[in-house]
Every structure is written in C-alpha cells, then in structure tokens.
Design a protein around this ligand. Structure first.
Ligand code: KIV
Ligand code: ZN
Length: 525
C-alpha cells in the first residue's frame, strides 16, 4: 500500500490539478444551494484540503453568486479562485469584477460546440461559435492572466470542429482546455481516445493543460475522469461527495483515492491532503442536508465497516485482507478520547478539535450544555453523535428563533397534540396545535409562532448510530420564492430533533428574506 500522495518517484509532469466545482456545478443541483457564509466555509475547507482551483460560482447568474465569488476571492490565499462566464463580454466583465480581488484569479469561459447545442440552445452557426471562442478568450485574457476555456457538450461535438476551436482558444490565450462530458454520455474507452487524438491533432496543444469534467448520468463520471487522466489530461474537475446537476459530477474523493491507492499502476498524483477528506465531506453534507448514501465509496458510513464474521476475522488477523486503504488515510481516526457524562468542558473542546471543529466561547458553552443533556440520556457517546450535535446554529448561523421546550402527546388514539415553546428575538412564545401525527402537530406550532409561507420540501430522519437510544439527525428543507434553505437538528428525541431542524431552516429563510426585503417577520404567538 502506498502511503503518500506524492511518492519519491512522482514526476512533475504527472501532477494532476484538482479543480473543485462544488460551489458552482455542485451548488447548481436542486437542494444544494448554500448561503454566503456557508460558501465561504466550504471554500476554506477546500483550501485546507489542498484543492488547486476552487470554482466559486457563476457571477452573472445572480447577485448571490457574484457576492460569493467576490467573498471567496477576498478570503482564499493559496488555492486559485475561478469564476464561470459564458462567451459574452458582459458575462466575462462581471466574472472579472467578482474575481479581481483574488490572489490568483482565473476566468473560466465556455460555449457549446455540439451540433445539438449550437442549433437548439445557441441558435448559432458553427462559424459564429468559432468566432465567439476567439473573441471571448481574447477578451478574458486581456483582463486576467489565467483563462480556461470549455467546449460545453464536448463529448457530443464533431471532433474536427472541436480541434479547430481548441486550437483557436489556445492561440487566443487559454492555458487550460476543458473537454466536458456535460450530459454524462461518454464511456472510458471513447473519452480516452478523444483526448489522445486531440493531443496528436491540435498543433499548439502543448501550450495548454487538458482538463476533464464529467457528469455521472451513466455512473461513469469517475471512470471517465481517470481514463482522461490516463490519456494525458492533467486537470480534473470534480465535486465533494459527487454533488452536481442530475446524477452529479465526478466525486473528488474517489478520483483522488483511486490515484493514491493504485499508485502502483497509476503514476499521476495530486496535492490533496487526503486526511481532510472525511471532514470536508461531512461539512458539505451538514451544510446542504445532502447525506451521502451509506455504501458510497470513501465517505459513506459503511465504506470502512466490516460486518460479516469472515471479514471481521480476516481484519483482525491482517487489516489488508479486506481494506485497500486505511480509514486514517481519509481522516477517519480511531480515537482514544472516549466521551461520556463525566467528561469535562476541556475534554469536550479537545474532542471537537480532534474532529476538526473550532467553536467560539459562547458556541462552545451551548454545545457543551447540549452534550451534557445527551450524555445524561445516552450511555455511549460516539464521534458521530458529537458531529451531529454541532448544527448550524452552533457554527455561527443565524438564530433569531431558538428551540426552548416541547411536550407531545402521540399514539394510536389521536389527535396527536404538541405544545411548543420557542424564543423569537429573545422573547419566549408558546403555541399549541394538533396534527396528523406528532411531527405535523409540532411543525404546525412553529407556523403558529412564526407565520410563514415557506413550503416543506424535504423531511428526512437518520439514526446517527445504532441502538434504540441513538440520536436522530433530521434534515428539513424549506422553499420560499424559489430559494431553498436546509436545516439540521439532532437529539435523542426524534421530535425535538425535527423541531430543531425546522427552526434551523426557518432561520435561514428569514435571513434570505431580510436580505431582499428588510421588513422582518414577526412572531405573533
Ligand atoms: O458540464 C458542463 O459542461 C459544465 C461547463 C460549464 C464546464 O459545467
Ligand atoms: Zn458540468
């Protein structure tokens, strides 16, 4: 097993640039939207992970995207920051305005080149597209020293036309050429062949780095990306947990760990600090409410679990019998710090730090109080319990509304009834409601205390660990005016976790609303 990202024999020419588009292509996926603070938090985690280029957004798409690219540009020091732009002066100027404060900015401009997209989406002739490539890259290059050009729907583009456009983009100043598999259509052999032939055909190709960008519609995004790398691509575009449009983008953690684990047959390497993978994956899941499936490679809850007797026996004799990489290599640590009801504030703080979480003093006090409550109710406290406890309100999110107390009557003879107390802007408010089940009754109470029109789009419950005393982790997604907000809450009582999650999402709805319409919502109960 190789145990370093770069081995002594690694060559610079085999270094693969990791271009992370979690904040742009990933965030475009339904239910994955993030607010400004969340995007900054993710960008900082990506920088710590060792990502080379962070695509922070599509500045012309919305004010929120523009502000996010601008804020990430101001904050990030070592990674490059990229902003996306279509092939128009207006898009490119806007992208540059957002990026100009970055230590190391990149304009990423794109246009579709496939017959289907040119005819139906752009309604342009190929020659018009060809001219747009030259004009857009030239304009971007006049503003920014680093320009990437992408031919959208590249894998369904006529090969000769694509090569002409690539040559023109490089002549106009693009130093990265991205060949996206926009609709997740290609297969590894075909993609390999395309990149390989392009390297042979385009005369100035050695002046640029070839990049791969794969979507997962056929479940081949990672395989296709690795195939392009084998054919000579030296940048890979990917997202944490593989989030993205439709079936998602190629998953960063899978590509990176494939290169690291199979360094015996794959000479290409990345600068990713793989020990930060788990932490980054968890951060993204908690922010978006998009949990990864338990059997997801590298970051799924079962990725390093061994349940069957035969496997456990083999593992005890030699871990390599069933483990091709160590859990530690992706940041899953076997910890010595066992937490329980006798653990003090100091040990709790040390545990949070071990899990990669740093809280301010007030947040730490709140978190510690929640931990003590949990420890009173639950014998064994696992790391997962502590990670679940630290929800967005503790991480510095808005908390105009805070959970206070609740009492629920439920069972087979309805109606189910809830009495709920919340603090709204520091004032204690109480409401009572019946409902079609206890969750319905509890959410009806929240609506009574804080009237709102946001629609519940998702209500999801997970047990954080095994056992009947496991904490429930609840995700709630609310939608108002086309904007979604995810909230998360954990508690050993599923109903309390549900209200915490609802309140967390509602706080984000209020925050978004206040930004667009300052007349804030008032509590009536
Ligand atoms: O999938 C795609 O083609 C894209 C481009 C904008 C790079 O996301
Ligand atoms: Zn894409």
């Amino acid at each position: 097993m190789t145990d370093t990202t770069q081995t002594e024999t690694s060559k610079d020419s085999d270094r693969v640039i990791i271009f992370d588009t979690t904040l742009r292509d990933g965030e475009q996926a339904p239910g994955c939207s993030m607010n400004l603070e969340e995007k900054i938090q993710v960008a900082e985690a990506l920088e710590e992970l060792g990502v080379d280029v962070i695509e922070a957004g599509f500045p012309i798409a919305s004010k929120g995207d523009f502000e996010a690219v601008q804020a990430v540009s101001a904050r990030i020091e070592t990674s490059q920051v990229a902003g996306l732009a279509r092939a128009t002066r207006k898009d490119i100027d806007r992208a540059w305005e957002a990026l100009r404060g970055a230590a190391n900015p990149r304009i990423h401009t794109f246009i579709s080149t496939s017959p289907l997209h040119m005819k139906f989406k752009l309604q342009m002739e190929p020659e018009q597209v060809y001219r747009a490539v030259i004009e857009s890259v030239t304009h971007a290059r006049n503003l920014c020293a680093d320009v990437e050009w992408s031919c959208e729907d590249g894998t369904r583009t006529d090969f000769d036309f694509m090569c002409r456009c690539v040559e023109a983009a490089i002549d106009a100043g693009a130093s990265t050429i991205n060949i996206p598999d926009t609709v997740g259509y290609t297969v590894p052999e075909e993609y390999y062949d395309m990149i390989d032939r392009m390297r042979a055909r385009v005369p100035n190709i050695d002046k640029a780095r070839i990049s791969t960008h794969c979507h997962n519609d056929l479940g081949l995004a990672v395989a296709n990306s690795l195939s392009a790398i084998a054919a000579g691509a030296r940048q890979v575009e990917c997202t944490i947990n593989g989030i993205g449009e439709r079936a998602g983008n190629a998953a960063l953690e899978e590509i990176v760990m494939a290169l690291r684990t199979r360094a015996d047959v794959k000479p290409e390497w990345t600068n990713i600090q793989t020990e930060a993978i788990t932490k980054t994956s968890r951060l993204l899941s908690s922010i978006t409410g998009f949990s990864v499936q338990p059997n997801k490679a590298i970051v799924g809850a079962n990725a390093f679990a061994h349940e069957s007797g035969i496997h456990q026996d083999g593992m005890l004799k030699n871990a390599q019998t069933y483990e091709i990489m160590t859990p530690e290599s992706v940041g899953l640590t076997k910890t010595n710090l066992v937490m329980g009801k006798h653990s003090g504030r100091h040990a709790f703080k040390a545990k949070l730090e071990e899990l990669g979480m740093q809280l301010g003093d007030n947040q730490l006090n709140d978190a510690f109080a929640r931990f003590k409550d949990l420890a009173d109710a639950k014998k064994d406290i696992y790391d997962e319990d502590i990670v679940a406890l630290i929800d967005d309100s503790l991480l510095g999110g808005s908390d105009r509304i805070r959970f206070n107390a609740m009492h629920v009557v439920c069972g087979t003879t309805g109606p189910q009834n809830c009495v709920l107390k919340l603090e709204v802007d520091g004032r204690t408010c109480e409401a009572q409601s019946t409902g079609n089940g206890p969750v319905d009754a509890a959410f009806a109470c929240v609506r009574r205390i804080v009237p709102h029109e946001a629609r519940l789009q998702l209500y999801q419950v997970h047990a954080v660990t095994g056992g009947t005393d496991a904490q429930a982790q609840v995700t709630v997604r609310l939608e108002e005016d086309g904007k979604t907000s995810n909230g998360r809450g954990a508690d050993h009582d599923t109903l309390v976790a549900s209200v915490r999650a609802y309140v967390n999402a509602l706080n984000k709805v209020l925050e978004k609303r206040e930004k667009t319409a300052p007349e804030a919502m008032r509590a009536t109960a």
